[in-house]
Write a protein that binds this ligand. Structure first.
Ligand SMILES: NC(=O)c1ccc[n+]([C@@H]2O[C@H](COP(=O)([O-])OP(=O)(O)OC[C@H]3O[C@@H](n4cnc5c(N)ncnc54)[C@H](O)[C@@H]3O)[C@@H](O)[C@H]2O)c1
Length: 366
């Protein structure tokens, strides 16, 4: 399989070198037969080619089986014309590759329970997956715009829209994820679909379609439904009631950030965006952190855990994914912490930089 790495800007380059070292290690150790290539995206691509997603990068991404992405953006490009900003490259690559399913895991490493703002007994053992529809819904629906009315007032409007094929393809991903996770954990498969069917017709269709899919093809999955506002509350009150959640683009945007922060640090959160054939782009949830870029302060673990997600979902090699996750857990057990996950009130911890953290993970994989 071919893997394309796009380090991007800011801390993207620092965390990517650690992730590539880890990937090379497991590639050799488990004889995965992966070949790696790299290309430019974001601000560095603007500097070199004038656009955030050069044709050459897109062609390589299309040709690859999976893409690993660091992060894009930085102060240098904050004031250039909006249509060619680094983030545009990201939106374009997602839509050009048809990456409609966004997967975000919110897993609490018990060693980091102190970093969360939620009481330990509520979050200990937390491991949930949010499946968010990424290329439809209100973020893309037409018509949209801001118009001036006859009386001079302004009118802003967007359209929330989903067709049954769009709902079915994301539903399929979510049901299958619930089944896969149940197989790995030995627990019952559970899926909670989040909507606002009490007020929005589009999500009434969502709920109906997901219900029909459950009854027709996924009777082994315990399906429940929840309104988005209640889901926000329940995620704080009792997040362990969830295993897999599936929802549309806007609700997923909000819920996945909320779920991520249950774990206390953005530097620990990997994500995947998949197309219909399981090809995916894997990236940390955080951005390019220009405030700490170039200082060896970035936490590389979200990037390294994104490699594990790639091995699980695209390469379909569970053993190597688990080995990486275990190595991450082991370095946390050893008390190693980058600044973002350092709890200063806890004794016995060592502050380390990005490189030392990456090397420690690598050493655990030896
Ligand atoms: N996927 C992406 O590439 C992506 C996502 C979000 C933001 N961005 C871009 O990144 C730039 C900065 O955005 P922002 O500041 O809003 O978000 P950010 O995620 O880059 O940073 C937010 C805060 O978290 C810290 N942080 C983030 N990742 C960290 C890590 N791995 N280790 C330690 N600390 C970490 C940063 O130092 C900062 O204080 C902007 O140009 C933005 O457009 C890119």
């Amino acid at each position: 399989m071919k893997i394309l790495t796009l380090a991007g800007d800011g801390i993207g380059t620092e965390i990517m070198s650690q992730a590539v070292a880890v990937l090379n290690k497991v590639n050799d150790k488990f004889e995965l037969g992966l070949t790696l290539d790299d290309a430019l995206i974001g601000g560095c691509a603007i500097d070199e080619h004038g656009v955030p997603l050069p044709d050459e990068t897109l062609a390589k991404a299309r040709d690859a089986d999976a893409v690993l992405l660091g992060a894009v953006g930085g102060y240098k490009w904050d004031t250039i014309e909006r249509s060619i900003r680094p983030e545009r490259g990201l939106l374009k690559i997602r839509s050009e590759l048809g990456l409609f399913a966004n997967l975000r895991v919110a897993k609490l490493y018990p060693q980091l329970a102190g970093a969360s703002s939620i009481k330990p007994e509520i979050i200990n053992g937390l491991d949930l997956l949010i499946v968010r529809e990424l290329t439809g819904g209100i973020y893309f629906g037409e018509p949209r715009g801001i118009e001036t009315l006859d009386n001079g007032d302004k009118h802003g409007y967007n359209t929330m829209t989903y067709t049954t094929p769009e709902i079915k393809r994301i539903g399929k991903v979510a049901f299958e994820m619930a089944q896969t996770r149940a197989k790995a954990s030995g627990k019952k498969a559970k899926l909670c679909s989040v909507d606002k069917a009490n007020v929005l017709e589009v999500t009434e269709l969502w709920k109906q379609t997901i219900t029909e899919m459950g009854e027709a093809d996924y009777r082994d999955v315990e399906l429940s439904h929840m309104y988005a506002d209640n889901a926000c509350m329940q995620l704080i009150k009792d997040p362990k009631q969830f295993d897999v959640m599936v929802t549309g683009n806007m609700f997923g945007d909000i819920l996945s950030d909320e779920a991520g922060m249950l774990t206390g640090s953005i530097g620990m959160l990997p994500s995947a965006s998949l197309d219909e054939n399981g090809k995916g782009m894997y990236e940390p949830c955080h951005g390019s952190a220009p405030d700490i870029a170039g200082q060896d302060k970035a936490n590389p673990l979200a990037m390294i855990l994104s490699v594990a997600m790639m091995l699980r979902y695209t390469v379909k090699h569970e053993e190597s994914a688990v080995a990486i996750e275990q190595a991450v857990s082991d370095v946390l057990d050893d008390g190693l912490r980058t600044g973002d996950i350092l709890d200063k009130s806890e004794e016995g911890l060592s502050l380390v930089g990005c490189q030392a953290m990456g090397e420690a993970v690598l050493a655990k994989l030896a």
